[in-house]
Write a protein that binds this ligand. Structure first.
Ligand SMILES: C[S@@+](CC[C@H](N)C(=O)[O-])C[C@H]1O[C@@H](n2cnc3c(N)ncnc32)[C@H](O)[C@@H]1O
Length: 870
């Protein structure tokens, strides 16, 4: 197909505007002899070099021969003949190529029009432009030699007469370079940027538009040049594009509402500038990386931030840089809404946020390191048992591959049922989907490492020493850790218990295989797992792939969540006699870290417990009854009862004797006795005046506690008035305070104010009765009150001479007689009132004078009272 170019072409002036209208091709002699193309036969295709080559003549017009162009001999490839030796053929290329008429004066640019679409890249054009020595014809020939086809999806050719696509300008190339700069950072980026700037600088030449580009290059947003829109240098074009941009922007803003972010000032390497309007970022919201100053709308909030941060002194650093320093590194905790009273929503901390870890200063177990012994150590005689070849039955599971979404070797697996861990030798599934390999899984997890490999930590509890807390979740039945330690014999265990751990509070001994015991004192973290009567874990023994038993702590049926303390039921065998009290706090707590009982044991225990409770209830009942009885007896004995006295005590007996004498003496000198004696006409010796007043008897002795009822209160106060008068009766001079401690009066009860001595001192049953009735509620309170008031007034009249009332019987004067009468009447009235108050009846034992006789049972003091039941 391709032939060496063998024709020189010249162009003849054309009447047409096209310079390419007529081209003369000078065929060589050789061509004319062999491949000569007749003048009337045009090339049938563009591949025909003789016709295409003529174009070259058009690209390099010779000024010596205008307008006919000829290729100089020296331009021809080496070995070719000179022009003189070739025949000249003229072709009308316009006609031949059916090319569109290119109006541009620049012939080299218009070449592309011949092939419809540029076959030669812009870069080649540039090369050609910048390397004038390169033959265009050669290039065309090269292009012709290529296997090529025009892709179908090319943009349509511009309509005839439309402006052809312009060649890439320097500005475009700068933009292109700048675009690359935007995506790459570092030295290379800077170099490219500098190159772009230089090019624009070359173009500058006082042109405003160019200086604008230069400026844009310098001040691009965030220094990213790919965001610069160099294409939009035409104001008209910009206007066309803007509405679309605007709509896009509005749409974006609507999506991030309600907070419209303010246009912020930003800084770049080139200084502070106002940010480009196009892009706005949502600066606030509940996501990592947001500004801590969540309420940016608060005036002064940014300033506060500025103040807080060291080194952020005003001008140093822009707002953006400060905000970036104040970015959250974690999700903020949802503090509000969950805990309020209105929204009683249970709040659970997501496990992947809450990761409790040991803090500095937290208590750590002294005898334990962070790198515990994760392997069992067989000690002493245990070796013999441990390494003895057991006749354990081999197990082989017959599990089938699990269905999708299910796990293999599940609860119907034979290995699992026999507490064998599946391994490559005994598992039918060959490990595919097998879920019965906990220790292999644990080892793989620890080997892999990472923050959740072990997933638990030792923490100090409030009342149970140290404990273990989960730092991650564990699925139900998932292995958490292995309980390891020293493997000892039971004998050794007992020895250690009595000799080494006898004074210890914490025991780490766990029953193991074949009568062996694991002493976890020097073992894994499992030894710190505490007991609970409602545990969240369980301990299981399993024969591992190494054919040795292993003790594992597994998550219970509900799994374990982050932050939970791991617990299992110790089912403690008490080595000692004393039981350890349980502080697990579960509602079903058994009270002790003791063994969980089987059904029969539990039944027996329940029966015993029931019996114990019944006995306790009976005892309580008996005690209550005794208390009631005692109270009743005490009440019956009256307020003067001083409790039981020991009559075997000589001092007590003497004291009682003395009191009796005093009482008799007092009775002799009592008003009543004197009155009676006077009535009988006997001589009544006057009482010494001085002794009439008894300062040691406080006035409050007779006081009754205030009552709620106003009526009672009224009557009480009335009686108190009267009482204050009556109280002035002298006490027996011989009366003294009891000496023996057992005689010491007990604290007085309200309503039982009167003591024996008080009765003795008054020596009057009237007063006694008044006092006793005063304490009782009356049904006809108002009538009684009136009468008592009357009596009170009557007695009050006598108050002028305080001593007179006690010397009534001793005086014989007229005034005294009248006073005596008055008082007698008053007291009579009172007694009558009391009688009415007790149901309208007069007291049975009232005398003809209207004075009520106290019944013997109402006497406050009795020697009986002092008899102690022995
Ligand atoms: C295996 S250790 C557990 C770790 C232990 N708390 C420590 O600080 O080393 C068992 C001992 O912990 C204590 N303990 C465990 N659970 C308890 C509970 N629920 N109530 C009271 N004490 C408990 C008992 O002293 C028990 O002997």
């Amino acid at each position: 197909m391709a032939r060496p170019l063998s024709a020189d072409m010249t162009r003849e002036p054309s009447v047409d505007s096209s310079v390419l209208s007529t081209i003369h091709v000078h065929a060589s002699e050789e061509d004319s002899s062999s491949d000569r193309v007749p003048a009337s036969t045009p090339p049938t295709s563009l591949g025909d070099s003789s016709s295409v080559g003529s174009v070259k003549g058009a690209t390099a017009p010779s000024h010596q021969d205008p307008p006919t162009m000829a290729i100089a001999e020296e331009d021809a490839p080496a070995g070719r003949r000179s022009r003189r030796s070739r025949a000249s053929v003229n072709y009308n290329l316009t006609e031949l190529s059916n090319a569109q008429v290119v109006e541009s004066a620049n012939a080299s640019r218009n070449v592309s029009g011949l092939t419809g679409r540029t076959l030669v890249s812009a870069a080649d054009d540039d090369d050609q432009e910048h390397s004038p020595g390169t033959s265009f014809g050669d290039k065309v020939e090269k292009a012709m030699q290529m296997d090529w086809e025009i892709p179908e999806d090319l943009p349509p050719r511009p309509a005839s007469g439309a402006t052809l696509q312009r060649k890439t300008s320097v500005r475009d190339r700068v933009k292109k370079a700048a675009g690359k700069v935007g995506s790459v950072l570092g030295k290379r980026s800077r170099e490219m940027m500098e190159a772009g700037k230089r090019k624009v600088g070359e173009l500058k030449g006082g042109n405003d538009r160019h200086s604008k580009y230069l400026k844009e290059l310098d001040t691009g947003v965030k220094g990213v040049l790919d965001e610069m829109d160099f294409d939009l240098d035409d104001e008209e074009e910009k206007e066309k594009v803007r509405p679309a941009k605007k709509a896009k922007k509005e749409k974006a803003q609507a999506a991030v509402k309600p907070v419209a972010p303010p246009l912020v000032k930003t800084s770049s390497a080139f200084g502070n500038v106002t940010a480009k309007k196009g892009k706005r970022w949502q600066r606030e919201g509940l996501y990592v990386g947001q500004s801590i100053d969540t309420d940016g709308t608060q005036p002064g909030s940014k300033k506060k931030l500025q103040k807080k941060r060291p080194g952020s002194s005003g001008s140093a650093g822009t707002l953006d840089s400060q905000a970036s320093r104040a970015k959250r590194t974690m999700m903020p905790m949802p503090m509000f809404g969950y805990l309020g009273e209105e929204k009683q929503v249970d709040f659970k901390i997501p496990y992947d946020i809450f990761a409790p870890t040991f803090k500095k200063g937290d208590a750590k177990p002294k005898d334990w390191t962070d790198k515990p012994n994760r392997q069992n150590r067989i000690v002493g005689d245990a070796r013999e048992i441990w390494f003895k070849k057991g006749s354990l039955a081999q197990s082989l599971c017959i599990c089938q591959p699990p269905a999708e979404g299910e796990q293999g070797c599940d609860y119907d697996c034979l290995n699992r049922a026999m507490h064998y861990e599946c391994n490559e030798n005994n598992c039918n599934l060959n490990g595919v989907g097998c879920s019965n390999r906990p220790f292999a899984q644990l080892n793989a997890r620890i080997k892999k490492g990472g923050p959740y490999d072990i997933g638990v930590e030792v923490v100090k509890t409030t009342n149970r020493g140290f404990g273990v807390r989960a730092c991650r979740t564990f699925a139900p039945g998932e292995i958490i850790m292995e309980y390891t330690g020293e493997i000892i014999t039971e004998y050794e265990c007992e020895r250690r218990m009595t000799e080494i751990y006898s004074k210890s509070d914490n025991y780490y001994l766990m029953q193991f295989d074949r009568g062996l015991v694991i002493d976890g004192t020097k073992g894994s973290m499992g030894r710190f797992v505490n007991h609970s009567c409602a545990p969240n874990c369980e301990v299981r023994m399993m024969r591992g792939a190494d054919d040795r038993p292993h003790m594992g702590i597994f998550a219970g049926d509900d799994g374990v969540v982050t932050g939970e303390e791991l617990t299992y039921d110790y089912n403690f065998d008490n080595f000692g006699s004393s039981q350890q009290t349980c502080h697990c706090g579960a509602s079903s707590c058994r009270g002790f870290l003791s063994k969980r009982l089987n059904a029969v044991e539990q039944k027996l225990r329940d029966k015993e417990e029931k019996e114990r409770q019944r006995k306790a209830a009976e005892e309580a009942m008996r005690n209550a009854e005794a208390a009631v009885q005692a109270k009743k007896e005490k009440d019956e004995r009256g307020p003067g009862w001083r409790g039981w006295l020991d009559l075997t005590d000589r001092q007590v007996r003497e004291q009682l004797k003395k009191e009796k004498q005093e009482k008799e003496e007092a009775a002799k000198n009592s008003d009543r006795a004197r009155r009676m004696a006077a009535r009988r006409g006997e001589y009544v010796p006057p009482l010494p005046k001085k002794e009439e007043q008894t300062p040691e008897k406080p006035a409050t002795e007779f006081k009754k506690p205030a009552r709620n009822s106003s009526r009672r209160h009224t009557s009480t106060s009335t009686i108190n008035t009267q009482k204050s008068t009556i109280r002035k009766v002298p006490t027996s001079p011989g009366q003294a305070a009891p000496e023996h401690p057992s005689m010491t009066p007990k604290p007085k009860r309200p309503g039982h104010n009167r003591t024996n001595s008080a009765v003795s001192a008054t020596g009057s049953r009237f007063r006694e009765e008044i006092n006793s009735h005063r304490a009782r509620p009356t049904s006809s309170g108002s009538a009684t009150a009136a009468l008592l008031q009357q009596a009170s007034f009557a007695v009050s009249d006598n108050e002028d001479d305080e001593n007179d009332n006690v010397t009534l019987a001793a005086t014989s004067s007229k005034t005294d007689q009248s006073k005596k009468r008055k008082l007698g009447n008053a007291l009579k009235n009172v007694a009558g009132a009391v009688g009415i108050g007790r149901g309208g009846k007069r007291p049975e034992s009232s005398s003809s004078s209207g004075v009520k006789k106290a019944t013997p049972g109402k006497l406050r003091q009795s020697t009986l009272s002092f008899a102690r039941s022995m």
